[in-house]
Design a binder for this molecule. Structure first.
Ligand SMILES: Cc1ncc(COP(=O)(O)O)c(C=O)c1O
Length: 439
């Protein structure tokens, strides 16, 4: 054993002696400080989760923007169990298919904002859907006879997941710096300037640009609803330059903005839509890329020899697809999307008074159950840890939130949240802000 290795082992041993023992390496966590202070969540019911000590937390996040139907839905567990008794998993490469995967694709295609869409199922979260869409955009242009179209454009503040394509397209520097460059031929434009998109396309040259990736409402970058007219303008620019428009609806898909898709709400008619999270409300991981007729044509045209050589072991997983179908049933039966639309102004007006707090720069709300409370630059400069301190003070009041891009507190509750629960979120935020402001 080398001396450096021995020293590292000794240091690790000393560090562990003072910490709770764990082998779990958490995403986005400082593992030098986390062991011993992690919250162990064991159960959930409605919009509330419980830790191992029985403490209840109102979940203002729907976990990570996904538990839209709320926790503790036995019928989704039963859908998984019933399918697993039949056959839990079987591949869908080449010749094989299965009834839940077929039914789910048809169901998604029927809900999709672009008639005649086809659906490519992905096995995990949104990152798989984003990588699939990135590859499909390039494969499309090659199949369409323009292989030079390779560049993909994304926006500042964008979050497209953590696989290689998503990381490369990300517009949050802290999340990309350690890894870049990954996928080549990506460009970034300011999140709110249609003219910058057009200029960039013209600079690169139409014949080289494959696609523009766009979250209709920016999520993890800080919850930015689209500026008035922005989406219509960028959609039109993409049409004018024959660039594929890809709506990343991993957060907004399946109801979060009060419509099945934000693309429907904003009349976007995307060429590709990426989805995951709300498709199953996270009861099992599954995602989908929805491809409009333009993109499917070279691959589905009778007699075509073009094959999209892409897929994952668990694409079309029968148990996950069965759960997603049961989740969509539940959303329809309980009219949860109408509920989101009805709660949109309730959430916005509950949070609105926070805007006048001296630690708050802005409250962004008004697109379904998506909102953020941004901390002032001045407060963050004076105390770089202030955001995390507010998150913990909110948690001490029994509500879970988190910090987006280091600047804003996330609010994206389950669709089943009640009006009194929304009021509790606002109260917890107000109390925590007062406590931190008081020093
Ligand atoms: C818009 C968007 N795209 C992609 C992703 C990546 O999804 P996942 O973390 O499920 O892989 C996310 C995750 O939050 C997202 O918000």
């Amino acid at each position: 054993m080398g001396q450096a290795h021995a020293r590292a082992q000794a240091r690790a041993g000393q560090a562990q002696a003072g910490q709770a023992r764990t082998a779990m390496w958490n995403p986005f966590a400082n593992m030098a400080t986390l062991p011993g202070s992690a919250i162990t969540i064991v159960r959930g019911e409605g919009s509330t989760v419980f830790d191992a000590d029985g403490r209840a937390y109102l979940d203002a996040l729907a976990s990570l923007w996904y538990c839209n139907v709320g926790y503790g839905r036995a019928e989704l567990a039963e859908a998984a169990a019933a399918q697993m008794r039949q056959i839990a998993g079987f591949q869908v490469f080449e010749y094989y298919t299965n009834p839940p995967a077929e039914a789910l694709c048809q169901r998604i295609a029927d809900l999709a904002p672009v008639p005649g869409s086809k659906v490519f199922l992905t096995p995990g979260g949104g990152s798989d859907a984003v990588d699939t869409a990135g590859k499909l955009a390039r494969a499309y242009w090659r199949a369409a006879g323009e292989p030079g179209r390779q560049v993909i454009i994304s926006r500042s503040h964008a979050y497209h997941g953590m696989n290689a394509y998503g990381t490369s397209l990300g517009g949050i520097p802290l999340l990309t710096e350690a890894f870049s460059p990954l996928v080549g031929q990506v460009e970034q434009v300011p999140w709110d300037e249609p003219a910058a998109l057009e200029k960039t396309i013209e600079m690169i040259g139409d014949s080289r640009v494959a696609a523009f990736f766009c979250e209709p409402v920016i999520g993890a970058g800080g919850v930015y609803p689209p500026p008035d007219g922005y989406l219509r303008a960028v959609r039109e620019i993409c049409r004018r330059h024959d660039v594929l428009f890809v709506a990343d609806e991993v957060i907004t898909g399946f109801g979060r903005t009060g419509a099945w898709f934000a693309s429907g709400r904003y009349g976007l008619q995307p060429d590709l839509i990426t989805t995951a999270k709300g498709l199953s409300s996270g009861y099992l991981p599954i995602g989908a890329v929805i491809a409009g007729p333009r993109v499917t044509e070279p691959f589905w045209r009778p007699g075509s020899a073009e094959v999209f050589r892409h897929g994952y072991t668990y694409s079309g997983h029968p148990a996950a697809a069965a759960v997603a179908l049961a989740n969509l049933d539940l959303i329809e039966r309980e009219q949860l999307i109408g509920r989101v639309a009805a709660l949109e102004p309730v959430l916005a007006s509950a949070l609105a008074p926070l805007a006048s707090h001296r630690l708050v720069a802005e409250v962004r709300a008004g697109t379904g159950l998506l909102a953020a409370v941004e901390i002032t630059e001045e407060a963050r400069a004076a105390d770089p840890a202030i955001g995390q301190r507010i998150v913990l003070a909110v948690r001490a009041r029994g509500v879970i939130t988190r910090l987006l891009r280091g600047i804003a507190l996330q609010v994206s509750p389950p669709f089943v949240i009640t009006e009194p629960e929304i009021a509790r979120i606002a109260e917890a935020f107000a109390g925590a802000l007062d406590e931190i402001a008081a020093g």
